[in-house]
Write a protein that binds this ligand. Structure first.
Ligand code: 13P
Length: 252
């Protein structure tokens, strides 16, 4: 049985005061009781990881885990501006997003680089959240499943059975920050295709890997999405900035 996992991705948002209020509201809300068998996380910008980690630790119940939004593919050394997986681990991170479409597009990240980042994360006890997804042009030309299967197959070829310790996030690029959510059935169809692709490598891995959906998830559409058999939770951007909306999605 796969758990339901809801993870917020703040992207480049937040400040010391707002983060404090966010963690307080979310932790208090979670302390009142949450559905069983679920996991939650928040991926904050690097400079706020220490602050958020400390704030989360003051919650009386360990519901919420900390995550980062990217990680270096290198162990250490002359890589100005990069942050290593061991540093993230030291700051208390559990999760790290790798290969978000915004990084693939703005920083020319390839599937190979994304796999190397995932390996660094795994080697340091972090759970990588590997993002895949097609553009609007790819979807409109009927190639959505083919594109996503290609991304997954390149991850499989490098990560092999270590994929069992990763999360996958299907984030159709046309649905990110646009308000255009994929319908639950459209998302389910791609999630199923991802699982079948994983099953070609290893059926056990395929049945255990959690596949999250990301792209304009809101409290209003989360219930329907999360009810789909191959959708195991969500990676939430914009709506995760509002602590009450994030809580509502976590409870969906
Ligand atoms: P939105 O929820 O704002 O569409 O962003 C999704 C996302 O990119 C999460 O990583």
């Amino acid at each position: 049985m796969r758990p339901l996992i809801v993870i917020g991705n703040w992207k480049m948002n937040g400040n010391l005061a707002a983060n404090r209020e966010w963690v307080q509201i979310v932790c208090h809300g979670m302390e009142k009781g949450m559905p069983a068998g679920r996991r939650y996380g928040v991926c904050a910008p690097y400079p706020y990881l220490a602050q958020c980690g400390e704030l989360i630790q003051t919650c009386s119940l360990a519901f919420l885990s900390l995550g980062a939004q990217d990680v270096s593919a290198h162990v250490s050394g002359a890589y100005t501006g990069e942050v290593s997986a061991s540093m993230l681990r030291e700051l208390g991170c559990t999760y790290v997003i790798v290969g978000h479409s915004e990084r693939r597009e703005m920083h020319q990240e390839t599937d190979e680089l994304v796999s190397e980042k995932a390996l660094q994360a795994l080697d340091n006890g972090l759970t990588p959240i590997i993002c895949v997804g097609e553009t609007a042009v790819e979807r409109n030309s009927g190639r959505a499943v083919e594109v996503v299967r290609g991304q997954i197959s390149r991850q499989v070829s490098i990560l092999q059975d270590r994929l069992a310790d990763c999360l996958v996030a299907y984030e159709p690029i046309w649905a990110i920050g646009t308000g255009k959510v994929a319908s639950a059935q459209v998302a389910q169809d791609v999630h199923r295709a991802i699982r079948l692709q994983l099953a070609e490598f290893d059926e056990d891995v395929a049945s255990h890997v959690c596949i999250l959906y990301g792209g304009s998830v809101k409290p209003e559409n989360a219930v329907e999405l999360f009810a789909m058999p191959d959708i195991d939770g969500g990676l939430i951007g914009g709506a995760s900035l509002n602590p009450r909306d994030f809580l509502a999605i976590c409870q969906a």
